[in-house]
Ligand binder design. Structure first.
Ligand code: AMP
Length: 391
């Protein structure tokens, strides 16, 4: 594909020889330009190799990597390689497109206002069914936005009720990805009418969390064409889409579900534990944190804790989920820290086994969640994610 570099690929004779190729971009802040690479991944030894497309030369010799995984490579995904955040923008050859492309089907899911309190369960359903949430954002829909989204139903008798319901509280929009995800997600939702769902499909999402035909817990796109339109509506390629934000940025604290927890599919259990403990999640968004932002966010720990560089590496190592936590009255930051427990999970498991870090943490770096330390920083940290990093 790129003469002089890695050859276009011939279907391997055994899985041992497999090689996947992508086109990846990196924004070089020094030169203020976007650099393009041919990115190769060899599952046999989990190694990567990169070629600079413009300069026509090898950029990274084949090197083993502990962190990259094939399942994190899809069009639009971001991975970190030596402090560079790479974005995959295309497949690099037909073999990769054929093998990976079918797993890249996307759909839009909306968790509707009545089901927001169950968002942890939703994440668990997705994980159990091999569906990957690639984008996640809590937002508030105005009546105007609901009308725009449901334009096709404008003349229907239930249109007004639909406007009322969908604008009655925050919703969570998600871009979901997986093999056959459009029909898979709609099957998991069950019939539109939640009451009918309870009779015919009692394990479905609408049977479990919905009320009736309008208040039916969640949405899923009905075709590839709808999915593309609806994903562009909620996650426009540029700009924020003009939705109302849900973050309070007052009397709140900040929680970051770390990339290792998202990678291992335990974010649903963590969110469930937070909600079961009586905290409200007033804002939620999935972020791919760049190195400069990771360093800035953790700046107060620089020179104070030895783990600072590794903390930055971890928070930038893949998608994380930021939460604004409110709702217990009193000092939310201190109360939430109690739920998180000691920062070292080993110590937490001895002293406070019911805390989030004891239950979900691995070590001092991969300790499941970051939580704000000082009460006065709760608002500042929430602002960093939900006002500065959020577009
Ligand atoms: P759909 O385009 O089929 O996903 O419908 C959009 C949403 O409109 C549904 O998820 C319901 O919330 C609502 N809705 C659809 N059909 C009806 C109906 N017959 N009566 C009341 N609400 C409905």
């Amino acid at each position: 594909m790129f003469p002089g570099y890695a050859q276009d690929y011939i279907e391997p004779s055994t899985a041992q020889d497999e090689r996947y190729a992508f086109i990846a971009e990196w924004y070089d802040p020094q030169a203020a330009l976007i650099r393009r690479y041919q990115f190769l991944f060899y599952p046999k030894d989990n190694s990567i190799e990169m070629f600079d497309i413009k300069n026509r030369r090898k950029f990274l010799a084949r090197t083993k990597s502990d962190t990259v995984r094939l399942e994190d490579m899809f069009i639009g995904s971001k991975i970190h390689v030596y402090s560079r955040q790479l974005t995959f923008v295309d497949f690099g050859d037909k073999f990769t497109e054929g093998k990976v492309g079918m797993k890249n089907e996307k759909t839009l899911a909306i968790i509707k206002p009545e089901a927001i309190g169950k968002v942890g369960v939703f994440f668990n359903i997705l994980n159990k069914n091999d569906i990957k949430p690639c984008k996640v954002k809590m937002l508030k829909l105005s009546r105007k936005k609901v009308a725009e989204f449901y334009e096709e139903h404008r003349s229907k008798p239930f249109f007004n009720t639909l406007l009322e319901y969908m604008s009655s509280g925050p919703v969570i929009a998600m871009e979901l990805m997986g093999t056959g995800v459009i029909s898979k997600w709609r099957n998991l939702l069950g019939p539109t009418d939640s009451q009918k769902a309870r009779e015919t499909d009692p394990n479905s999402i609408r049977a479990r969390f919905g009320t009736d035909t309008t208040s039916n817990a969640a949405h899923g796109s009905d075709s590839e064409q709808s999915a593309n339109r609806e994903l562009d509506f909620f996650f426009p390629p540029s700009g924020s889409g003009g939705f109302d934000v849900t973050s309070h940025l007052t009397d709140c604290t900040c929680c970051i579900i770390k990339p290792h927890a998202v990678r291992n599919g335990i974010e649903g259990d963590i969110i469930e534990a937070i909600q079961n403990a009586g905290f409200q999640i007033s804002a939620m968004e999935m972020f791919n944190v760049e190195t400069a932002n990771g360093e800035e966010f953790y700046e107060i720990y620089k020179g104070v804790v030895n783990e600072y560089p590794n903390m930055v590496t971890e928070i930038c190592s893949g998608p994380c989920i930021a939460l604004e936590i409110t709702g217990k009255g009193g000092d939310t930051t201190a109360q939430f820290r109690e739920l998180c427990g000691p920062s070292d999970p080993e110590i937490a498991r001895h002293l406070r086994p019911k805390t989030l870090r004891a239950m979900f943490g691995k070590d001092k770096i991969q300790n499941a969640v970051h939580c704000t330390d000082l009460p006065e920083d709760g608002v500042l940290e929430a602002e960093y994610f939900f006002r500065i990093l959020s577009n």
